[in-house]
Design a binder for this molecule. Structure first.
Ligand code: KG4
Ligand code: ZN
Length: 339
């Protein structure tokens, strides 16, 4: 089967063609970084407008790159939520129009299920496994028991990991998105220079909290500029912040895996592209007899190939779902368990 995936949940416009046997044929992604950079974060109204401007070109690009015709597509899949409603609506409506015109089934996909399954675009991981989704909007721990069978263990109580990277980058005067900027600046810094807090709200709970860490960086910067503490280079601050986030993510994920007798961890979502996190999770996994798996960076950040795959798996579980798309609507909040 040839599946067209469409993703517009936040600030990336993406369309992809996957083949149920051969995997990814094309995966076209247009980011809006230059539009949002001066605000240090995504401006929802601007994001929706950019998706409208880009969506046709991106879908046509994915089809052309795959060297197929639109009529060759057997199934469509689009992100239904969670995300920014004005952004989601663009993809949902483009997909509905295309499905109707082509007379092909369309599946609404939960964006988080896309992140959970992205790893299968590059390798098979045996069920069950622990999954850590770390993105701009989510920091969630799941037990993935099978396709379509997910149990949530914990989530962030305040900022998501990616959001904390973006906010701290803004404080440091770096660009957007903040994660790659902090990684780059931090490369020449000492991760042990500043001992920022490692917030673990409750040792027993699998929840995360990152707002205290963000405040600690702000306090450090205030003291730094008023001359109360030594003026350490920005590279040290970036590296030390990144190290604190990494420590928290690694320690929670490893203890969740051990507690649930899981010896495989999949780390996914934009922050999973972070090289420090990839190295530290792999090392901690080795010590504990746990294998760590990461989609390649382009499949960690938002992309339509993961949506096409999640749509295909959902269609295979329930083909009738593909004909019910007239009722399909964008949902800003769409928990994975309700789906
Ligand atoms: O999954 P994603 O593309 O979009 C959402 O669903 O939110 O994740 C975007 C987030 C941003 O907060 C960005 O700063 C972060 O992922 N990110 C990174 C890196 N690349 C992207 N964070 C840390 N290190 C990176 N290399
Ligand atoms: Zn995402």
């Amino acid at each position: 089967m040839l599946v067209l995936g469409i993703e517009t949940s936040c600030d990336d416009t993406s369309a992809a063609i996957i083949d149920s046997e051969k995997g990814i044929i094309s995966n076209v992604i247009a980011n809006q970084n230059s539009v949002h950079a001066k605000y240090g974060g995504v401006v929802p109204e601007l994001a929706g407008r950019c998706h409208i401007e880009n969506i046709h070109e991106i879908i046509n690009g994915a089809v052309e790159k795959a060297k197929i015709n639109l009529s060759d597509i057997d199934l469509l899949a689009t992100t239904q939520g969670p995300g920014l409603v004005g952004s989601l609506l663009v993809g949902v409506n483009a997909a509905k129009g295309l499905a109707f015109a082509l007379n092909k089934p369309l599946i609404g996909v939960n964006h988080l299920e896309g992140h959970l399954l992205a790893i299968f675009l590059q390798e098979e991981v045996e069920f069950p496994f622990l999954a850590l989704i770390v993105s701009g909007g989510h920091t969630d721990l799941y037990i993935v028991k099978d396709f379509g069978n997910y149990e949530i263990l914990g989530r962030t109580r305040d900022d998501a990991a990616g959001e904390s990277f973006d906010k701290v980058a803004k404080m440091l005067g770096l660009g957007y998105p903040g994660g790659p900027e902090i990684q780059k600046v931090g490369e020449s810094g000492n991760p042990a220079a500043i001992k920022f807090p490692r917030p673990l709200p409750n040792k027993k709970s699998m929840d995360f909290s990152f707002s205290g860490l963000k405040t600690a960086v702000r306090t450090h910067l205030e003291k730094r500029s008023s001359g109360k503490i030594e003026k350490l280079p920005m590279a040290h601050i970036a590296a030390s912040f990144q190290e604190a986030v990494t420590d928290v993510l690694v320690s929670k994920a490893i203890s969740a895996a051990k507690e649930n007798d899981l010896n495989r961890i999949v780390v996914t979502g934009g922050v999973a592209a972070n090289s420090n996190l990839r190295v530290k999770m792999t090392e901690a996994g080795k010590i504990n007899g746990i294998s760590a798996h990461f989609p390649k960076p382009v499949l960690c950040t938002d992309n339509a190939a993961m949506i096409a795959l999640a749509g295909l798996k959902k269609y295979q579980r329930n083909p009738d779902a593909g004909n019910e798309y007239f009722e399909l609507d964008a949902k800003a909040n769409l928990p994975l368990t309700e789906y």
